[in-house]
Design a protein around this ligand. Structure first.
Ligand code: SAM
Length: 232
């Protein structure tokens, strides 16, 4: 399959995501992997508040998939905080082009995200806040423009779940460095989780050193296995 040039992040010579079924892949690897479904189900009636962290916002495909996943569950009264980070923010136009391949499935969600993203000043480092109102409740997107470690250190509350999605460790070792994984461990609630597509030994060991008990799960779309961690 030919990859359109805008899908490859020129800073790392790697795609933003694997194009085949990337929305379903997000659900399998990250939402089921992080145990989000179980976390939602375990909470009783009333307002449900969750905090998610993501390394590598990219084109926002994981966020779009999450909104779609939550809309389809039929839950209500959810207040979700989604903390993410991007060192090389793309233009809203490029984001729209990258996400366009999912338009038939999640068109209105793409429009909503691109609209919100168009308003922020991506040239300004630090936090940018966007609010996305959905049938399940509201998602507050806190996007840090800058380095991942700075974002993690700037968090005032620990996360319930982390989605680690920052290119493969061979292409981008900095986003898997132990200093950053340690900081992520510190900003995770006890019993909180992390999920990622890579099963590289260095990543597994880094997450274990950061306080996660790590295990493999079946992969998706030809990938044999993926990782999940639970903060001890
Ligand atoms: C695989 S892409 C993310 C894909 C994204 N989650 C999505 O679903 O569209 C990884 C992203 O991490 C960003 N990134 C890489 N290293 C980073 C760092 N040290 N700090 C912040 N962002 C970084 C890249 O620029 C890229 O946009």
């Amino acid at each position: 399959m030919q990859v359109p040039p805008y899908l490859v992040n020129e800073h790392y010579d790697d795609r933003y995501f694997d194009v085949v079924n990337a929305i379903e892949e997000a659900k399998h690897v990250f939402f089921h992997g992080s145990g989000l479904t179980d976390i939602f189900s375990a909470v009783g009636p009333g307002r449900k508040e969750f905090i998610i962290g993501e390394t590598g916002f990219g084109a926002g495909r994981l966020l779009i998939a999450l909104l779609d996943f939550l809309d389809s569950r039929g839950d209500g009264d959810i207040a979700l905080t989604y903390n993410s980070v991007e060192l090389h923010p793309i233009s809203p136009g490029r984001m729209a082009s990258i996400l366009d391949r999912f338009r038939a499935q999640v068109g209105p969600l793409i429009d909503q995200l691109v609209r919100a993203y168009s308003i922020i000043e991506i040239a300004r480092p630090g936090w940018h806040r966007m609010q996305l109102a959905r049938p399940f409740g509201v998602l507050t997107l806190n996007l840090w423009i800058g380095e991942a470690l700075e974002m993690v250190q700037a968090l005032t509350l620990p996360c319930d779940a982390w989605f680690l999605d920052g290119h493969g460790p061979k292409k981008n070792p900095t986003i898997w460095r132990s200093e950053l994984l340690m900081a992520i461990g510190e900003k995770t609630k006890t019993g909180g989780t992390c999920a990622t597509f890579t099963v590289a030994g260095a990543v597994r060991r880094g997450l274990e050193a950061a306080g996660f008990s790590v295990g493999q799960r079946p992969g998706f779309g030809g990938k044999k296995a993926v990782l999940r961690g639970i903060k001890q």
